[in-house]
Design a protein around this ligand. Structure first.
Ligand SMILES: [Zn+2]
Ligand SMILES: [Zn+2]
Length: 416
């Protein structure tokens, strides 16, 4: 009998192992094959109101170690023939020092720079995205994502939406209200994505620029999945003022409305540069970016990872990993010597009386963990470094990272 039991035990064990081992191995393999890619999705060049040549801008980001970059000029794609007067280029620079054209020639050589016309009245041709791609892209190392900042407005309200991975220009669609303007533009993004059969991500930019959006408006347009929780432009009122909430507060307020009242998915938060100035000046590059977890460095895969929330925003803090499994959020912070990292788990609990965007827990560990209690509408993490931001966009800025809200899928109609 004993032998029989042992044999049965072995058989059962074998069966269990056969059932679960391959899956466990497979899951592990999938995890191992995912990589983090660093990118900026909001960048301006001479194609609209930036003050440097697109090749100089792309070169800067690539040299800084970014894996991908989206040039997102206002209502234009980097396509076709475009010439610019050197005097117009020069007039966009502040202060003395070499001109953008001089620096451009020095970096790429006389042969690369295409100039026409008489000296003093010469024009320079701007390189197209196709040309930039063949010059800078390297498989698995550097990728350019086509983008446009659809730049619309309703009365004094600025409605700017970045469309990433599109192929055809979307002119601003206008509307009869802030919400309607946003909806009309997003409809065109969706229409193009469906027609071309490719993922196009649309993120609403700088909601506090001219204090254009309220939390209610951000909440209402549930077809918008992304907004900029941090934008490096110093003029976008990131922290709000006496009468307006800051961008992060807006995020919690809008997400609380979505989950509590509308049973809709929350907004994900993107961090970007919105860089315009590359010769000194205060609208400079390198302040905000996203880290995206994907299998390979391909635009479609990056877009899908964004749609699944597989990313975080950063203004200087790096996470080796962030995960949400079985009701537990875990972060792994890449620590630097002498720097302290404060992680706040921020969320909103169910119940009309519960505070919006409250601090649920705080940790100074490099591996902070939060176990959901069950009454949270969502929880997100914000990591703040003790280190000053090396190129701050507002006074007293520290380096930070923002992870996406989790734990909300059970509240959505038909969700898990
Ligand atoms: Zn804008
Ligand atoms: Zn912009």
């Amino acid at each position: 009998m004993k032998k029989y039991h042992l044999l049965l035990g072995a058989v059962v064990l074998g069966l269990v192992a056969a059932l679960f081992w391959p899956r466990a191995l497979k899951e592990k393999e999938t995890e191992v094959s995912l990589l983090w890619f660093k990118g900026n999705t909001h960048t301006h060049t001479l194609w609209s109101d930036g003050n440097d040549f697109p090749d100089m801008v792309v070169d800067w980001y690539k040299e800084q170690g970014y894996d991908f970059l989206a040039l997102s000029d206002h209502n234009i794609l980097s396509r076709g023939e475009k010439w610019m007067k050197s005097t117009a280029i020069k007039s966009r620079q502040k202060g003395d020092g070499p001109s953008a054209l001089e620096k451009y020639r020095k970096r790429f050589g006389e042969d690369w720079v295409e100039v026409r016309g008489e000296e003093g009245a010469e024009e320079v041709r701007l390189r197209t995205l196709d040309e930039l791609r063949s010059e800078f892209e390297e498989e698995g190392r550097f990728l350019l994502v086509e983008a446009e900042e659809i730049t619309d407005r309703f009365e004094r309200h600025q409605v700017h939406i970045n469309a990433l991975n599109l192929e055809e220009l979307i002119p601003p669609q206008k509307g009869t209200s802030v919400v309607d303007t946003m909806r009309n533009n997003l409809r065109m993004v969706r229409e193009q994505a469906e027609r071309l059969g490719k993922p196009i991500v649309a993120h609403l930019n700088h909601p506090n620029f001219h204090f254009s959006f309220t939390a209610e408006q951000l909440a209402e347009v549930v077809e918008e999945q992304f907004f900029e929780v941090y934008n490096g432009h110093p003029g976008i009122n990131h922290l709000g003022d006496e009468t307006h909430p800051g961008d992060e507060q807006l995020w919690d307020m809008a997400n609380a409305i979505r989950l509590r009242k509308l049973k809709a998915a929350p907004l994900y938060g993107i961090a970007t540069d919105d860089s315009h100035e590359y010769h000194g000046g205060n609208v400079s590059p390198g302040r905000g970016w996203i880290m995206v977890k994907a299998e390979r460095l391909e635009a479609d895969l990056l877009m899908k990872a964004l749609e699944s929330g597989e990313f975080y925003g950063s203004s200087g803090v790096t996470l080796q990993d962030v995960s949400f499994r079985a009701g537990i959020i875990e972060l792994e912070i890449e620590g630097q010597p002498g720097v302290v990292y404060k992680t706040q788990f921020i969320g909103t609990r169910s119940g009309q009386e519960a505070a919006v965007g409250e601090e649920l827990a705080v940790s100074e560990s490099l591996q902070p963990v939060y176990r959901l209690r069950g009454d949270e509408l969502y929880v997100r993490a914000r990591v703040t470094s003790s280190r000053d931001h090396p190129n701050p966009s507002y006074d007293g800025q520290k380096e930070q990272a923002w992870t996406q809200p989790v734990g909300w899928k059970k509240l959505i109609n038909g969700g898990q």
